[in-house]
Design a protein around this ligand. Structure first.
Ligand SMILES: [Zn+2]
Length: 55
């Protein structure tokens, strides 16, 4: 199981698979690489390419 968190390089928002992303209707348990291609940072709308692995 890959529960690695990812951080937005633009604003510092952390995507945690254990929490999901309620603001984008992403339920808990979805890994970062399982997010839809159109997913963007819920805080600053940065694209997924602007995220780095946190752990
Ligand atoms: Zn961001």
């Amino acid at each position: 199981m890959d529960a690695q968190r990812s951080i937005c390089a633009n604003c510092g928002y952390v995507y945690d698979p254990a929490a999901g992303d309620p603001m984008n209707s992403i339920p808990p348990g979805i890994c970062f690489n399982e997010l839809p291609d159109e997913w963007v940072c819920p805080m600053c709308y940065a694209t997924m390419e602007q995220f780095d692995l946190l752990d």
